[in-house]
Design a binder for this molecule. Sequence first.
Ligand code: SF4
Ligand code: SF4
Length: 159
Amino acid sequence: MLSELCQQCGLCCSGALFTFLPVTEEEAKRVVPLGVRTEQRRDGRLALLLPCAVLRSTRCGAYDARPARCREYVCELGKAVQRRERPLDAALAVVDEAKRGLAELEALLGPPEPGDVRSTLQRAQQAEAREPDDVWFKAVRGKARSLEAMLQQYFVGSY
Ligand code: SF4
Ligand code: SF4
């Protein structure tokens, strides 16, 4: 059931929930040749950057080589499905709602410039920091805040 949910979701790889995940040198050596972006963090740790460059729609383009964090991570919504606290169709409805919110935010922001690899939420956060009092940015901020709260509630936080 979890794999069915994840195959139609992909939000944890898309930059909607996190902007990076820690990887080992060995894992980086395996996935960088496949197109994954990595960087050395200030604390010295190596990180895979999200949105993941090998995410193909909702599927992993480096499935057999993916790092341990990718294999092991289960969001709160996924855990609720695993524990049979939430039926699959209800969980899929939550994923649809999150994606609708992301699409609405994307529509407000407009399409990214070519080569802009930031996630929709990263673009929104950086846009609102530039002109905090502008009406358009206020609309972006309102949409971004409600979406972040929803993602926190169902995917990242306790559930
Ligand atoms: S966010 Fe949750 S449901 Fe979506 S792909 Fe990741 S683990 Fe699966
Ligand atoms: S390597 Fe695959 S599972 Fe890991 S973040 Fe990228 S797309 Fe997701």
